[in-house]
Design a protein around this ligand. Structure first.
Ligand code: SF4
Length: 326
């Protein structure tokens, strides 16, 4: 496996403190390797986005990081903990080293500014030595790279389709050539054909430019298609992590199996969609033991009282389940 670019160690993130506080991300350990696409899946409320915003310190109050480290390995120089950076170091880290494409990003372009202004503003803020001509040239190049004719530089967001606006956002994330791009449900608002076009193009760009991707979605079928590895989250914890093909062929955790059974098979014979009974746990009243036990068809004795830890297996997978690890 290639070198790590980000190592998340024992990360804990919550909302609020004291009696009113809830733990949204619990003891997460996760490594993103150079050049890989790491998928993060789970239902709404499983902690995926909180993990992404926590690791980049983008969480707004009452979000609070209560423990852990996020070690970033730059291309040159020594690794450092993102959670210990000063505000000015953090500003440089964002965009230059790591960029995020947010949920509903296609609606987050400023409606009163042309695309050109919005792309070149990022360069103005982070590359002050660049001339205006250089900034415009880079912005045109980025638009071309994401499949938009550079003459759309003068368009306003409302003059572009949803898919084009999303491509502009991806171009903006890549404009400073970061090492890591975090995509948080980047194509949820688009139709299936457009989703696949955009994600296919992103993977092509990753092969050309060499960045790594953390791709967050509740749609496991997209991850199976576009990721190298997948981590499944439930109740703020990683419950299974494995190569994408292994999850698709033979998921081990009952929750991963439930997620897989919630969408039609990409290949092979048709199968009945089963879904997962019940709802994700309330963070304020997390079930004891394995937090999935009230919904798990396989729950047995220890599940309701003892928390299963994520255990590494010899086949390059990790699972947190008493059934698998006993
Ligand atoms: Fe189900 Fe028990 Fe495994 Fe949790 S630990 S997923 S309840 S079998």
């Amino acid at each position: 496996m290639s070198q790590p670019v980000i190592e998340i160690r024992n990360l804990n993130v919550g909302y609020g403190l004291g009696d009113q506080g809830v733990r949204a991300v619990r003891d997460v350990n996760l490594t993103l390797h150079r050049g890989e696409v790491l998928g993060l899946a789970g239902e709404s409320g499983s902690g995926k986005s909180t993990l992404a915003y926590g690791m980049t310190r983008l969480l707004a109050p009452p979000g609070v990081i209560t423990g852990g480290e996020v070690i970033y390995h730059p291309e040159q120089g020594d690794p450092y903990d993102v959670l210990s950076l000063s505000d000015s170091q953090l500003r440089k880290f964002r965009w230059n080293e790591t960029a995020i494409v947010f949920q509903g990003a296609m609606n987050s372009l400023n409606p009163v500014h042309k695309i050109a202004t919005q792309l070149t503003d990022v360069l103005k803020a982070h590359e002050p030595k660049m001339s205006e001509t250089q900034r415009n040239a880079r912005a045109r190049e980025m638009l071309k790279l994401v499949g938009i004719a550079p003459d759309r530089m003068d368009a306003y967001p409302h003059q572009l389709s949803g898919g084009m606006r999303q491509r502009v956002m991806i171009g903006m994330a890549l404009i400073l050539q970061p090492q890591v791009v975090i995509m948080d449900e980047p194509t949820t608002a688009l139709d299936v054909v457009m989703q696949r076009q955009i994600l296919g193009q992103l993977i092509e760009l990753r092969e050309r430019l060499g960045f790594s991707v953390i791709f967050i979605t509740h749609d496991l079928s997209l991850l199976v298609e576009f990721s190298n590895r997948i981590a499944i989250m439930y109740g703020g914890r990683i419950v299974e992590e494995a190569p994408a093909s292994a999850i698709y062929r033979d998921a081990l955790h009952p929750y991963s199996k439930g997620l897989l059974g919630s969408f039609p098979a990409l290949k092979g014979p048709r199968r009945e969609l089963t879904g997962i009974p019940g709802s994700p746990p309330d963070l304020k009243g997390m079930p004891s033991g394995c937090s999935f036990h009230p919904r798990c068809p396989k729950a047995f004795d220890p599940c309701g009282s003892e928390i299963p830890m994520l255990e590494n297996r010899p086949d390059n997978r990790s699972v947190a389940c008493w059934l698998v690890n006993s």
